[in-house]
Unconditional design. Structure first.
Length: 315
């Protein structure tokens, strides 16, 4: 028996204990916060439809991410949709307490054959790159619009903003879709055995495949934005469509590039929501509560579901 197989049960249960321990701490911290009590008391039962709609987007998020993950690893190993879904959910559990969710893909890879796991993790990172590109493009454009809203002369020129946005999209998409060619080119340099192996794995993708992954990433991004908008409406934040688009896109931009651990994201989400959505509403408590609720739907509930699947995994 290898050392990995020997100690895997201990590691698995340690991950679960840490995840639930951190969750219990954050819930206790939230309950003790005076602002949370104030936020709940201001909610109207007539707006609970918005909360239900935000929660209804959760399985759509799972569907898109499972489709993306299954597609990325299809050249390595065929997973049924059910098994791929369990794999994705387990990743939520293992990524919950790791910095920037770096433990998510190793948690998913447990469901694959041992000789495919490292390559699957690498392929999963391609999906993360696609998601980051989508968030960055729309987030940067929205951030510039927000700054223009704050009467900054340089950013008030809408034509200039659109030109910058188109240039950003062209450069980002060109580099991303050229990833196989770039990987093949750099693999000739013989940097190291591990780096060359990784580059050879990446060079197996085709531009058409990467474009499809990017499309799925865009779909997931729309789900995230709609969820937060629904939560804001649930928390009585009256913003129009334009205000919602620019503030929410900027919110996700800063959230993506802020080093964090999933269990601590509640405070970060609440703070960023207050900063950017707060440009259009004075209800800081309601805005912060909306950010926390989205964290609960997109991080806590998936972690709880995923922990059930992860507890049953073997290597």
């Amino acid at each position: 028996m290898s050392a990995w197989k020997k100690y895997y049960p201990v590691i698995k249960w340690l991950i679960l204990i840490l995840s639930y321990g951190f969750l219990a701490y954050k819930i206790y911290e939230f309950i003790q916060s005076p602002s949370s009590a104030s936020g709940w008391s201001d909610l109207s039962w007539r707006k609970w439809g918005w909360l239900l709609l935000a929660v209804a987007f959760m399985p759509i998020n799972f569907l898109i991410e499972t489709t993306k993950w299954r597609y990325l690893i299809s050249s390595l190993e065929h997973l049924s949709f059910r098994k791929a879904l369990r794999s994705v959910m387990s990743g939520y559990a293992t990524g919950f307490f790791t910095p920037n969710r770096v433990g998510e893909y190793p948690g998913r890879a447990v469901y694959l054959q041992s000789n495919n796991r490292w390559q699957a993790i690498t392929f999963g990172m391609v999906g993360t790159l696609a998601q980051t590109i989508i968030i960055s493009l729309f987030g940067l454009f929205s951030f510039m619009l927000l700054m223009g809203h704050q009467q900054m002369p340089f950013l008030a020129n809408k034509t200039l903003l659109m030109a910058i946005f188109i240039a950003e999209m062209t450069i980002a998409f060109s580099i991303y879709l050229s990833l196989p060619k770039l990987s093949h080119f750099f693999s000739r340099w013989n940097i190291s055995v591990k780096v060359n192996t990784l580059l050879k794995w990446l060079s197996t993708f085709r531009s058409k495949q990467l474009a499809y992954v990017l499309l799925l990433a865009f779909g997931r991004y729309l789900v995230f934005c709609l969820q937060l908008y629904c939560m804001l409406r649930f928390c009585s934040i009256g913003i129009n469509l334009w205000q919602g688009v620019v503030s929410i896109s900027t919110f996700y931009l800063f959230l993506t590039f802020t080093p964090s651990i999933a269990f601590s994201e509640a405070a970060i989400r609440g703070s960023y929501a207050v900063i950017f959505v707060g440009m259009f509403s004075d209800n800081s408590v309601g805005i912060a509560l909306a950010g926390v609720l989205v964290w609960f739907v997109n991080a806590v509930i998936p972690m709880i579901i995923g922990s059930v699947f992860f507890s049953k995994t073997k290597v």
